[in-house]
Design a protein around this ligand. Structure first.
Ligand code: OAD
Length: 236
């Protein structure tokens, strides 16, 4: 069995990282303006504010731990490989909790918070400390051009060719902890259906696209994901 899993902020919610949108109106984008903090225009206008926002998120990430849902997906990757199957794990999350739980192949379509990118020479390097306008690029020596290696609104997500290739080759598409509001990831379920691929949603509550999924499992990811992984590995 070849399974394609797309994860979103909901899988890291129980690790304390917060989601972007929720029905109670307490998500990150209800408290912070994404147009000011997650666009190239916002960064050009006020780089200090953008750096401060991501510096706080980076510190929170370094203090967080993976939860049972992340560990279960690492078990699924290993278990499918033993059965001559394959897991493609694509995440919209910029955290590294899948990797810390043991997942080996993670595609970060929205980038990675623990990396910086130089806007002058495009080099990407590991970055665990605060980032500021005073930092110098190790590769080109320029100062003031480093930014978080994350995809902002209006920018192209990463690895899309690889992602669409893996989606087309899969037997099952599973969306975990995502509201399905940000494209192109929000379009993967329709793409899967058009290709005749079975679809499953695992989320705290039905997303706006819930009707597009053949199977739905609702509840906290730390409970629903391990239970689903156990079912998948039992099926062989
Ligand atoms: P959202 O915040 O939009 O959606 C999170 C989803 O997780 C919601 O549907 C919640 O119901 C669900 N959820 C919350 N807690 C959960 C839990 N404990 N277990 C399971 N599900 C839970 O996050 P994303 O869909 O990931 O992009 O957002 C997509 C993109 O929008 C992000 O990658 C980010 C953001 O703007 C950029 O910054 C470019």
């Amino acid at each position: 069995m070849r399974i394609f899993v797309l994860t979103g902020a909901g899988i890291s919610a129980e690790s304390g990282l917060g989601t972007f949108r929720d029905k109670a109106g307490t998500g990150i984008w209800a408290r912070f303006d994404p147009m000011k903090l997650a666009t190239p225009e916002g960064f050009a206008r006020d780089p200090e504010a953008v750096h401060a926002f991501y510096n706080t998120r980076r510190r929170n990430l370094l203090a967080a731990e993976p939860n049972e849902a992340h560990f279960a997906l690492a078990r699924l990757e290993a278990g499918l490989a033993e059965r001559s199957g394959m897991l493609t794990l694509v995440t919209q999350n910029i955290d590294d909790l899948h990797e810390r739980a043991g997942s080996r192949n993670v595609v970060h379509m929205h980038g990675e918070l623990l990396k910086s990118r130089c806007a002058a020479c495009d080099s990407v390097v590991d970055w665990r400390q605060d980032l500021s306008l005073e930092d110098q690029c190790e590769a080109c020596g320029e100062t003031g051009h480093l930014r978080p290696h994350v995809v902002w609104f209006g920018e192209m997500p990463l690895a899309l060719d690889q992602i669409y290739g893996a989606l087309a080759a899969s037997d099952l598409f599973v969306a975990i902890g995502t509201s399905g509001t940000v494209y192109p990831a929000a379009g993967f379920v329709a793409q899967a259906r058009a290709l005749g691929i079975a679809t499953c949603e695992i989320n705290l509550e039905p997303s706006d696209d819930a009707r597009l999924f053949d199977e739905c499992r609702y509840g906290p990811a730390s409970e629903t994901v391990p239970a689903w992984v156990q079912d998948m590995l039992r099926q062989g």
